[in-house]
Design a protein around this ligand. Structure first.
Ligand SMILES: Nc1nc2c(ncn2[C@@H]2O[C@H](COP(=O)(O)OP(=O)(O)O)[C@@H](O)[C@H]2O)c(=O)[nH]1
Ligand SMILES: [Mg+2]
Length: 202
């Protein structure tokens, strides 16, 4: 459930970018930080060290304006994807309102995507949240690599692998070029705000 401050009439919504290590979560946030200047309300906090891997998490605050007189603030987080950071990953998911699952389109990463989605499912379950109920969007990232001749999973294969049961919106994207990055976030915000309205009885 979102963090609601009745007195200040503020609602804080938490969106988490989840997915396998090196899939492009941090790159999504960097693109959003550069591109949506008007909505970004603070600095991007990043813990990128040791090459370019997220060790703890990335964080970016945004404002969406008002709904029913409430200021809607959005906090975007990414999790570290590597196996050894399982506990951080779980901690970042606490009190999540919406999830963007960034899948890697590189063919060789197929199993990593599926393992990470399973990990998301189990972590949500531990918090008492069903993956079938939480606002969730899949992003099939790195589509630009097709032009470099790198073997990619087809979108239909990725749908079969990850979206057969979920049946959630999916967006083909390139976090590097920015293609699909905005639409992914918007799709997730739409679902998250719908869910918030239901929870608030609006
Ligand atoms: N070609 C290409 N590279 C990408 C894309 N997204 C991320 N990368 C690269 O993949 C690597 C891992 O990205 P990063 O955002 O750190 O992944 P994270 O571990 O999920 O946060 C970096 O070298 C990025 O530049 C993309 O859409 N296309
Ligand atoms: Mg990262």
């Amino acid at each position: 459930m979102a963090n609601i401050n009745l007195k200040a009439r503020e609602i804080e919504v938490k969106i988490v970018y989840y997915g396998p290590g090196r899939g492009g979560k941090t790159t999504n946030l960097e693109y959003i930080f550069k591109t949506f200047r008007k909505q970004v309300t603070g600095e991007m906090v990043s813990t990128r060290t040791e090459g370019d891997r997220t060790l703890f998490f990335d964080f970016l605050p945004m404002g969406l304006g008002k709904v029913k007189g409430y200021d809607i603030r959005v906090q975007l987080y990414t999790v570290p994807g590597q196996v050894k950071y399982a506990s951080t990953r779980k901690m970042v998911l606490k009190d999540v309102d919406g999830v963007i699952f960034v899948a890697d389109s590189i063919k060789a990463r197929r199993m990593k995507n599926m393992e990470s989605l399973k990990d998301l499912h189990l972590n949500l379950k531990d918090y008492g949240i069903s993956i079938l109920k939480i606002p969730l969007v899949l992003q099939f990232n790195k589509r630009d690599l097709a032009e470099e001749g790198i073997p990619l999973l087809s979108v239909s294969q990725m749908e079969l692998d990850m979206n057969r049961q979920l049946k959630v919106p999916s967006v083909a994207a390139s976090a590097i070029t920015g293609d699909g990055v905005g639409p992914t976030l918007k799709a997730c915000l739409k679902l998250t705000l719908q869910s918030l309205k239901t929870q608030m009885g609006w």
